[in-house]
Write a protein that binds this ligand. Structure first.
Ligand SMILES: NC(=O)c1ccc[n+]([C@@H]2O[C@H](COP(=O)([O-])OP(=O)(O)OC[C@H]3O[C@@H](n4cnc5c(N)ncnc54)[C@H](O)[C@@H]3O)[C@@H](O)[C@H]2O)c1
Length: 273
């Protein structure tokens, strides 16, 4: 049986690790040819080598417009066309906390990588997708575009900008056959996230989710495949949250359930997630 992305050519940024690596892997499994892009060139080479001959690796920093042009050129040079751009790369600055203390450097990083990186991708992908008769732009935004937190003010603001960009692109280019959606993860336990969220913190997040399970990069990759395949041909301009129901549950719900005595509703803390 043909894969769901058979014959498609995709570029995935931030693909040396985490969600991007899982998405590149799922795209290849579904029949796509994939350009594995990361600012970590060795990491991109490693992932591409694991995935085999239907991939090429490109070292690119998405905050540099000429790198973005080069990664899209690489797709056309290696595979003859472009059908899918998954703008997934982002990085959070360690000093990105509250608005009073967050330095300009953190705002600059959020703006340049998260928002401008997606803008550069769209700017240079749209003409190529139009030439190919249509295609898909997929963004990795964040649930933090919609819910408040005590930290990462710049990151959340930039991700909200990515959601707005998503809707704008879907509106402007839909009639040219281009769909654009944003995946908005809550906590996804990539290696990077696992290092930042040791078990007590992970349990605190899961305690406030509807589902008693953590989201893995492969869960996001499965959504990415769906949103880049013809199965989602009527879906565009959407910001789709994948967070185990964290943003659906009332914020006081877990505490109230404990206080009122719905103790079985709240899963016990575990350390082996
Ligand atoms: N993991 C989570 O809990 C979570 C939650 C919400 C949103 N997200 C988003 O998902 C995406 C992937 O996150 P992840 O958890 O897989 O992270 P990760 O750190 O595991 O992987 C990110 C990859 O992006 C690359 N990268 C960073 N800056 C880059 C740049 N300027 N140019 C090119 N590559 C760059 C890194 O080298 C790395 O390989 C990001 O957009 C992130 O904001 C993640």
């Amino acid at each position: 049986m043909a894969g769901r992305l058979e014959g498609k050519v995709a570029v995935v940024t931030g693909a040396a690790a985490g969600i991007g690596a899982a998405t590149a892997t799922a795209f290849v499994r579904e029949g796509a040819q994939v350009v594995v892009v990361d600012r970590d060139g060795e990491g991109a080479e490693r992932v591409a080598a694991q995935l085999g001959p239907r991939t090429v690796a490109v070292r690119a920093d998405v905050s540099h417009e000429q790198d973005v042009v080069a990664m899209l050129d690489a797709a056309e040079r290696a595979f003859g066309r472009l059908d899918i751009l998954h703008s997934n790369a982002a990085a959070a600055h360690p000093a990105d906390l509250d608005v009073a203390s967050t330095p300009d450097a953190a705002w600059d990083l959020a703006y340049r990588v998260t928002l401008l990186g997606a803008v550069f991708g769209a700017r240079h992908a749209v003409p190529r997708l139009v030439a190919a008769g249509g295609g898909v732009i997929l963004h990795t935004a964040s649930a933090q575009a919609f819910i408040g937190d005590h930290a990462r003010v710049a990151y959340g603001a930039a991700k909200a900008g990515v959601v707005a960009l998503t809707r704008s692109l879907a509106t402007t280019h839909g009639r040219a056959g281009i769909r654009c959606n944003a995946i908005c993860p809550g906590l996804v336990v990539s290696d990077a996230a696992r290092a930042l969220f040791p078990p007590p913190l992970l349990d605190a997040v899961v305690r406030h989710q509807a589902l008693d399970q953590v989201c893995e990069p492969d869960d996001v990759a499965a959504l990415a495949v769906f949103l880049c395949s013809a199965e989602s041909r009527c879906i565009t301009g959407q910001a789709i949250v994948i967070d185990g129901g964290l943003s659906a549950v009332g914020s006081a719900s877990a505490d109230l359930a404990e206080l009122i005595g719905y103790a079985t509703w709240v899963p016990p803390a575990t350390t082996d997630r």
